[in-house]
Design a protein around this ligand. Structure first.
Ligand code: SAH
Length: 198
């Protein structure tokens, strides 16, 4: 596939992402926050995700920079990338729908926060982060440039590994034994095999 076609696919995925997230963002702002674990470091990791998942690949598709890292991907690689982006959007959409008003861009507990354990959350505790890994993977496969392609997954890794323990501690503080029991039944981003036998 040509770089232009790949750029259009990437751009459409970003537009779909915005269309799913923006209404949620507006709604979430209306619900009061009662506890949080926000930090400068978390904000920085989120900012790096915007750079790695959006700014860098966008600049690449516009300007071709950094040209030294360009390569020609096989059609199989590009198709796999499209499939990963499709899976990302589907999981991202479902996770938002199921988490509903309990969602926050940062680590926050909202008024009347409920512990969601249904839908994708029945199998994994962090389906939205599973979707981000798929996003990073999709970008790595469809952006035909080593640097701009891998920037996404590198920033997702940074956000995930610095955030997930803090988030789980916050959930444990809020929901106590319920979260403990829930954690034993679920995987973090990949379902436990035993989950399907329930
Ligand atoms: N880590 C989850 C949610 C990401 S949004 C996922 O990947 O799907 C981050 C917010 O979700 C956090 O501020 C936390 O308050 C909330 N959250 C995380 N897991 C939750 C759950 N199982 N039920 C309700 N809220 C949850």
């Amino acid at each position: 596939m040509s770089t232009t076609v790949l750029g259009i696919i990437w751009g459409l995925a970003i537009l779909a992402w915005v269309a799913i997230r923006m209404p949620r963002r507006r709604k979430a702002k209306k619900r009061k926050v009662v506890a949080h674990q926000r930090s400068l470091w978390e904000r920085t990791a989120l900012g790096l995700c915007i750079l790695g998942l959006f700014v860098f690949p966008f600049a690449y598709f516009l300007s071709g920079w950094p040209a030294g890292a360009n390569y020609r991907p096989s059609i199989a690689q590009s198709l796999l990338g499209v499939a990963a982006l499709g899976a990302f959007l589907w999981v991202f959409y479902l996770a938002h729908k199921q988490l509903a008003d309990n969602w926050s861009v940062t680590l926050e507990v909202r008024e009347n926060h409920t512990l969601v354990q249904e839908g994708l959350y029945r199998y994994v505790r962090h389906p939205m982060y599973s979707s981000f890994w798929l996003w990073g993977l999709g970008q790595a496969l469809i952006v035909p440039n080593m640097a701009a392609g891998l920037a996404g997954i590198a920033s997702v890794a940074l956000l995930y590994f610095t955030r997930v323990n803090k988030e789980e501690d916050m959930m444990r503080n809020q929901f106590g034994q319920d979260y403990e029991t829930y954690s034993q039944k679920t995987g973090r981003i990949i379902p436990k095999l035993t989950a399907f036998q329930r």
